[in-house]
Design a protein around this ligand. Structure first.
Ligand SMILES: *[C@@H]1O[C@H](CO)[C@@H](O)[C@H](O)[C@H]1NC(C)=O
Length: 403
């Protein structure tokens, strides 16, 4: 399981203020267009969703883990590579187009000037990102061309900044995403979307639709959004993440007495996480609800911390969901529904396991993370223009048509 969230750069307090104080440029609706990418991957057994992005001249394809929990996009890179993990494609070979340490993208990564010493203006921009699962990537920022096909028919190949990562640390080497890197879709100025926005190519809006059957699609821009059915909640100001104000948790229509949860949406996290107190309370409520039915603890199944077995092994999630109740996160004006399918998995051993984990155990503290599992079969839209997140139930197997 992966939690590609919460970059702690050398300085963990980085420049969220910079992102917020940026004056929004007026953008002509007609000049801004959208891009749609098919996704691959799934929650179980793969544990991540990824997109194929073409980069370079001539362009070569790379598989990138989509991550709304962090900003910087990076590729495993032959700089040469000091420590790279097995990847589906050859390592990216950087051209000589380095980002210098005075470039605004570099400054945005390192915070407003303080700790990053820039001795000469031509100096390269080093980066280091560390994720909540303690994996990390270290390297240097480069620029290369990203050929994109926009929904209005135009093909554009802007030069975008990203990380050339030549030293990747992983915690569990037997369980690393089999990708070439990470596509950072977070709030910060270094994200690909913020760069495209600054060039006037698209609005800083990201959408994803993760299918329960695997795959789905990813959107840049706001051209393919459903015209109705989306509910919106404001992103908390000053936050470095896609963080929504506090929510109360309901289980099966009953108030679960879990209130004021601070919720973060993060496509780089496979599962969802609740703070220890909320998690323990939820698990005991679920156990009470399961009392007296045929499900038994399956402690021998180590797929996830809590698993249950039925009288017969479950063949699919459909056989198991009847034992469980839907969860609802209730925000001030809107609700985020989590059907049992969006918090359970059925393992290869035929058991059903809880896909909500104890965030306290992995150092997430009071944050509650909505990961891939709970965003399946929903269109989820991160609108950095209006600082809001929207969602709507959706069939993620078919791509939307341009509107
Ligand atoms: C299509 O959209 C792209 C990206 O926003 C823009 O650069 C281009 O000018 C647009 N083309 C037309 C014909 O409107």
């Amino acid at each position: 399981m992966y939690i590609k969230a919460f970059i702690l750069y050398h300085l963990s307090w980085i420049a969220s203020a910079a992102a917020y104080h940026r004056q929004p440029q007026m953008m002509n609706e007609k000049q801004s267009s959208s891009v749609i990418f098919p996704l691959s991957g799934n929650v179980y057994p793969e544990g991540y969703y990824y997109v194929t992005i073409n980069i370079g001249r001539p362009p070569k394809p790379y598989f990138l883990d989509i991550d709304t929990g962090s900003d910087l996009t990076w590729l495993q890179c032959d700089a040469p590579c000091k420590k790279c993990t097995p990847a589906p494609h050859n390592l990216y070979k950087p051209n000589r187009n380095l980002i210098t340490c005075q470039d605004p993208i570099c400054t945005s990564l390192h915070g407003p000037g303080k700790h990053h010493t820039c001795q000469t203006p031509e100096e390269q921009c080093d980066y280091e990102v560390e994720y909540a699962d303690h994996g990390s990537s270290l390297g240097v920022l480069v620029k290369d061309s990203f050929p994109l096909k926009f929904s209005n028919g135009s093909a554009v190949a802007p030069l975008l900044a990203f990380g050339c990562g030549y030293d990747q640390e992983v915690i569990d080497a037997s369980h690393v995403p089999y990708t070439d890197g990470v596509l950072g879709l977070g709030i910060g100025k270094s994200s690909i979307l913020a760069q495209l926005r600054d060039m006037g190519l698209t609005r800083n809006v990201v959408g994803h639709c993760l299918s329960r059957q695997g795959g789905g699609y990813l959107l840049f821009g706001d051209g393919f959004l459903p015209t109705s059915g989306i509910v919106w909640a404001p992103i908390m100001s000053q936050s470095k993440y896609y963080s929504l104000g506090s929510a109360d948790l309901w289980l099966g229509g009953q108030a679960a007495n879990i209130k004021g949860l601070q919720i973060v949406f993060d496509s780089g996290s496979t599962y969802s996480y609740f703070s220890s107190q909320a998690y323990n309370y939820l698990v005991s409520l679920m156990r009470d609800n399961l009392n007296g039915n045929q499900l038994k603890d399956a402690v021998e199944d180590r797929s996830l911390p809590i698993c249950w077995k039925g009288a017969e092994p479950f063949k699919s999630i459909r056989d198991a969901v009847g034992y469980f109740k839907p969860l609802v996160l209730s925000f001030k004006n809107v609700e985020f529904q989590v059907q049992p399918e969006a918090y359970l998995i059925v393992t290869v051993h035929g058991n059903v396991c809880l896909g909500i984990l104890d965030g306290g155990e992995v150092g997430l503290g009071n944050l509650n993370v909505i990961g891939d599992i709970s965003m399946q079969d929903k269109m989820v839209i991160y609108d950095n223009e209006r600082q809001q997140i929207g969602w709507a139930p959706s069939n993620c197997n078919s791509h939307p048509k341009s509107q």
